[in-house]
Design a protein around this ligand. Structure first.
Ligand code: SF4
Length: 375
């Protein structure tokens, strides 16, 4: 059975039978707030639509098997079982953007929630600090399975932002990710493209496609080292995507999209966190429109040999980037740490990549989500 959120499939089947395509949005809107209802039971459908839905589509193909909330209620993790029996995690991070200030001003807005979705079961990129990397690649999620993560989350909270920072390298499942984003930004969910972020280790050919396919979504690149040699040590996939070529690709992406790029940098003690490496990174990025996010490594549950950089090293690294190279640089602070121990891969990944950003010395000016950094 197909997921009713598999947009390409349902469109094709409706088109073939001359069924009004506007019904898709009606069905999705209803199912986004009603659980335990089959797609053909949605009120207001034609008989032809009901027949197609009854025979070929399930309202959701995935099931939430567990929901875990952090003690401070800021973070909710959903353990989701897919149709093929595999599990992925989806994490909702919520906060009130009116709390605190930014750049001396009271923040606009109000309660917001960011959803972190998985795009693959496992991952073949093999980053040595990441638990998922050690699992190897198991399978790709379909577009419908990615959208269903938003459906499950939307039943709990209104989602404003979506980040592709869960299990998997999203650009290795390119077609499904692009299709899922098109569904998320469509009439039913109406997530603004600028509130969606794709995080990649730097899959060059796909970044080149992304600038044409989704020019308005945010791109976050996991750089993690300023030199190719160190990158290869901690991210084996970097051998296929050399740093110089990646930087050229990002330049061309930026010329086309006119958007800031987010640079993710996990802070590993003695590996990539030294002062000279901060200068190397500064030199590499100083002419570019980027925001650097320094991610303190969280070794809990990690099978890797790395340990987290000291607070002093992180502060110094940030200071060099900001003061010498004038690069906007934030340090991430974990949300819902008490439940990250329950995670598999996300245990490591989420420790940094799905958390609020704060700048040392200006903690009352914490940046609640990555999109706010592009303001
Ligand atoms: S950090 Fe991301 S790309 Fe690297 S192994 Fe983990 S999931 Fe894959």
């Amino acid at each position: 059975m197909n997921s009713v959120f598999e947009e390409a499939v349902i469109r094709q089947q409706f088109e073939q039978r001359g069924i009004n395509l506007k019904l898709i949005s009606l069905i999705w809107k209803y199912l986004a707030v009603h659980e335990n209802v089959e797609a053909y039971e949605v009120p207001g459908l034609s008989k032809a639509a009901c027949d197609v839905l009854r025979t070929n589509f399930k309202s959701t193909t995935s099931t939430v098997k567990a929901t875990v909330k952090s003690a401070d209620q800021s973070t909710t993790k959903l353990l989701i079982q897919l149709q093929n029996g595999s599990f992925v995690e989806t994490v909702i991070m919520s906060y009130d953007s009116r709390l605190g200030t930014y750049a001396g001003r009271q923040r606009p807005g109000g309660p917001r929630a960011t959803l972190c979705v998985s795009s693959q079961v496992g991952c073949k990129m093999g980053c040595t600090f990441c638990a998922t990397g050690s699992m190897g690649f198991k399978s790709n999620l379909s577009a419908g399975e990615i959208v269903e993560q938003l459906v499950h989350a939307s039943r709990l909270l209104q989602i404003r932002n979506v980040v592709f920072m869960g299990m998997g390298e999203p650009l290795n499942n390119y077609n499904s990710v692009v299709e899922a984003i098109r569904s998320m930004t469509g009439q039913c969910f109406q997530i603004a493209p600028r509130h969606i972020t794709i995080s990649t280790v730097g899959v060059i050919p796909r970044i080149n496609s992304l600038k044409y396919d989704l020019p308005n979504v945010n791109l976050a690149v996991s750089l993690h080292a300023p030199l190719q040699e160190v990158r290869c040590q901690i991210m084996p996939a970097a051998r296929a995507y050399p740093l110089r070529k990646l930087m050229d690709t990002l330049r061309s992406y930026q010329e086309h999209c006119k958007r800031k790029i987010f640079i993710e940098y996990i802070m590993l003690d003695g590996i990539n966190d030294q002062e000279d490496q901060a200068h190397q990174l500064g030199t590499l990025l100083e002419e570019r429109e980027v925001v650097v996010n320094l991610i303190p490594f969280n070794p809990i549950g990690s099978i890797s040999k790395f340990s987290s950089s000291t607070k002093e090293n992180i502060e110094l690294f940030q200071k060099v980037l900001r003061n010498v190279y004038n690069i906007r640089t934030t340090v991430r602070q974990e949300m819902g740490q008490d439940i990250s121990g329950a995670c598999g891969q996300l245990l490591v990944k989420f420790s940094g990549e799905n958390s609020i950003n704060m700048e040392y010395g200006r903690q009352s000016e914490g940046i609640p989500d990555i999109e706010d950094l592009s303001l």
